[in-house]
Design a protein around this ligand. Structure first.
Ligand SMILES: Nc1nc2c(ncn2[C@@H]2O[C@H](COP(=O)(O)OP(=O)(O)O)[C@@H](O)[C@H]2O)c(=O)[nH]1
Ligand SMILES: [Mg+2]
Length: 398
């Protein structure tokens, strides 16, 4: 059998070359498109390489052999080497003398040599192919990695996500790669935890977090949903007594919704207030948005939470998606010292980059809950949509 490789601009041209040299019986064993490597890429186009084989008819073989013996040294190590395997007709010779045997032995050795060379080359080819695949894969991985950074996913988190992608040398399709990164992000965002009504009444729902992030507005949105849509028996307590305007703001919402509202100044008062609403389904508690840098002020929220520890409760840490990662780290850590919580991101309408939602979720391991996306009460709130966020992180950015 003769095996040869032919290169040409198109598959058809390469086949024509093969048939011209090996005859019309040549069989095409493999076709591959070769991408020039390194700088050649800039100058050379892709080309097609085919591997063709033909059973060695005695005529062709003899001719080929003669050429081969004549050019033996020249041929060795050349790109297009042909191999002729052991020929049966030779084996069938009835008589052999000693020198005949020697000739045959050396011929066999030469063929084995050629075979070894061919195998080596094929291994090199497959290694090169693997390297090309890796090269191609790493380009796509870099593309997605950059997209994540662009959406403000931290480098550390983007690396963690991308390092979990298994490419084991095979060529990945961009679609498959995107799908598996997407899946990883959705998994990392985890299961959402939202307000659960329970038999064990009343359920206290605390909203804590820095000033101005949207706690009071979020309470108004959720109160409207639970009171008007779900027909829950709902009361509001506010412990944000530091600004008159803050009390007035929540009182206005409570009045519109016909929901009772209490203003409490300390732990004792909140207990009394809860007692008043003990047969209610839900009590939403608004707290003062205090500076996370002021530990004394933090103490207020801590005292309040400690006073009601025995009640059935949920705590939502409200943070804005527009806050810098570094500050979010400080805020979430400060509150982690006080209590466990669920993460509630506001103002996602004000930023094109949602990376911090993933970053803070990965950092704190606390569950996500709701996201708000505008000032309209009650419409601009929904349960956090992991698929939407994953899509944004992989595609959308302003
Ligand atoms: N763009 C936008 N603004 C919001 C959102 N939520 C609240 N706000 C605005 O943020 C400001 C502060 O809200 P507020 O509820 O008083 O914050 P609090 O101090 O945490 O109680 C108000 O002007 C709200 O209308 C939101 O999801 N998107
Ligand atoms: Mg407020």
């Amino acid at each position: 059998m003769i095996i040869k490789k032919y290169q040409a601009a198109t598959e058809m041209e390469a086949i024509m070359k093969a048939k011209e040299e090996l005859g019309k019986d040549a069989v095409i064993m493999n076709v591959k498109t070769v991408k020039p490597k390194g700088l050649q890429r800039l100058f050379k186009k892709n080309y097609v390489e085919i591997t063709a084989a033909v059973d060695e008819p005695s005529e062709t073989k003899k001719e080929y052999r003669t050429q081969k013996t004549a050019k033996s040294d020249f041929e060795k190590g050349k790109e297009q080497t042909a191999i002729s395997m052991i020929d049966n007709s030779e084996q069938n010779q009835p008589e052999q003398n000693h020198s005949d045997k020697e000739v045959r032995t050396s011929a066999i050795e030469e063929r084995l040599d050629n075979l070894a060379q061919l195998l080596e080359r094929q291994m090199k080819d497959s290694q090169e192919e693997e390297e090309q695949n890796l090269d191609q894969n790493s380009k796509m991985v870099k593309l997605i990695f950059d997209q994540l950074l662009n959406n403000e996913v931290t480098e550390e988190n983007a690396k963690e996500i991308m390092s979990e992608i298994d490419d084991s040398g095979s060529r990945l399709q961009l679609d498959d790669l995107l799908a598996s990164v997407y899946q990883k992000i959705v998994l990392k965002l985890g299961q959402m935890k939202t307000i659960e009504l329970s038999e064990d009444k009343p359920k206290l729902v605390f909203f804590i977090g820095p000033t101005g992030v949207g706690k009071t507005t979020t309470i108004a949105k959720l109160a409207s949903k639970y009171k008007l849509e779900k027909k829950c028996k709902l009361a509001i307590i506010t412990a944000d007594t530091y600004r008159v305007a803050a009390v007035e703001q929540i009182r206005t919402y409570a009045n519109i919704l016909s929901v009772p509202i209490d203003v409490v100044y300390n732990a004792e008062e909140i207990k009394k207030s809860i007692e008043k609403y003990k047969d209610y389904d839900l009590i939403f508690v608004d707290t003062a948005g205090r500076s996370h840098k002021n530990t004394e002020q933090q103490g207020d929220v801590k005292n309040l939470l400690e006073a009601v520890r025995d009640f059935n409760q949920e705590i939502y840490l409200v943070v804005s998606a527009t806050t810098k990662y570094r500050d979010l780290v400080k805020i979430t850590q400060t509150y982690s010292d006080i209590t466990n919580y669920r993460l509630l991101f506001t103002k996602i309408d004000e930023t094109g980059a949602l990376g911090n939602i993933l970053n803070i979720r990965m950092l704190t391991k606390e569950p996500l809950s709701y996201t708000t996306f505008g000032q309209n009460v009650p419409d601009d709130i929904s349960v956090t949509d992991a698929q939407f966020i994953a899509k944004q992180l992989l595609g959308g950015s302003e």
